[in-house]
Unconditional design. Structure first.
Length: 246
């Protein structure tokens, strides 16, 4: 899968993309992230990418021309076939369902704004999608773009190891994860739940499922509405509700 990212600060994104799982996915040829500096698509002596807002008010707005020219020049014949995503607090909220939707695409373009935002004509006539990573205001679209790339890339077959992929499957149901423990079995007097040391895979699976359901109910009850629950899960949940006095 290929991502084309349009930004004024490609250096900032580069370090993160090279590190970790994403760097390995790139090395393995599973993921290609091309960073494009919008400033390289300006024509004036000062390489101007922003200007004052029409109508006044504070701050600066990113000019449309360098963004249009950058995206059109990089996408070429593919323009019209590649989703062009603008990262903005005004977009639809990015979640795991959106990540799964994007992961089927062979190629995505991501436009990162800076300053107060981008000229509205970019949104109207260039972007095909607008995404927000949540209801808080950042200084630019770069962190949101990295979040989208990370969440989408880890869904591509082969990007995660076997164990991680299995883990992912087991949580494709829209519940919070069960707690995780590793050695030592006792640390500062805090013991690992004995069931996890029992070697009884049936009891371990049942305990984990119950923990997932309990955590989701207590911390994110909103997620239960969309979660994929078996009749057995519904019974467990009812018992947990009683235990918790809910
Ligand atoms: C000026 C941006 C682009 C500023 C943003 C996106 C989300 N979810 N919060 N903030 C954002 C994106 C802020 O360019």
């Amino acid at each position: 899968m290929r991502f084309d990212v349009f930004t004024l600060i490609p250096e900032v994104m580069h370090a993160y993309l090279q590190a970790s799982v994403l760097g390995k996915a790139h090395a393995a040829g599973l993921l290609q992230v091309e960073l494009h500096n919008i400033r390289h698509y300006t024509h004036d002596r000062h390489r101007t990418t922003d200007d004052e807002p029409y109508g006044g008010g504070g701050g600066m707005v990113m000019k449309p021309e360098p963004i249009f020219e950058a995206v059109e020049s990089v996408l070429g014949d593919e323009l019209g076939r590649v989703p062009i995503i603008l990262l903005t607090p005004q977009g639809r909220v990015f979640d795991q369902a959106v990540a799964r939707e994007l992961a089927v695409q062979p190629r995505l373009a991501l436009i990162c704004g800076r300053y107060e935002g981008v000229d509205e004509r970019v949104r109207e006539h260039l972007a095909t999608d607008e995404l927000s990573i949540g209801d808080y205001v950042l200084t630019g679209g770069e962190l949101p773009a990295l979040v989208v790339i990370d969440a989408v890339a880890r869904l591509i077959t082969g990007v995660l190891g076997d164990a991680a992929a299995t883990q992912q499957d087991s949580h494709a149901d829209g519940l919070l994860e069960h707690p995780h423990y590793t050695r030592p079995p006792e640390y500062r007097g805090w013991k690992v739940p004995p069931v996890l040391l029992s070697g009884d895979h049936g009891r371990i699976a049942a305990w984990r499922r119950e923990q997932s359901l309990r955590r989701t109910l207590l911390r994110r009850p909103d997620m239960l509405a969309k979660a994929k629950l078996s009749p057995e899960d519904e019974e467990r949940l009812e018992r947990i509700r009683e235990e918790e006095g809910l």
